[in-house]
Design a protein around this ligand. Structure first.
Ligand code: ZN
Length: 78
């Protein structure tokens, strides 16, 4: 049993409380955990997205740069 600030009003409520006795917010202690978890999962998704983008970008760069260079060289020759 521990007290945490209510997500609605900041009143100290028990972590097992179903509703805040002061403002009546439901799950006054749990909401913050869920928001925190959402923030973590969001930043994880963002990280995965950035890594994927970098990997794909690098792959495209490595795969297509020689082709582009060859095409440009051919154009200069022709
Ligand atoms: Zn409250």
């Amino acid at each position: 049993m521990s007290l945490v600030p209510c997500r609605g009003c900041g009143y100290q409520v028990d972590t097992s409380a179903l509703a805040c006795p002061k403002c009546g917010a439901t799950d006054p202690a749990k909401k913050m955990c869920r928001q925190h978890r959402q923030a973590i999962s969001l930043s994880l998704q963002l990280l995965v997205g950035v890594v994927l983008l970098l990997a794909v970008g690098r792959y495209v760069w490595v795969e297509f740069m020689p082709l582009i260079k060859t095409a440009v060289a051919k154009q200069h020759q022709g």
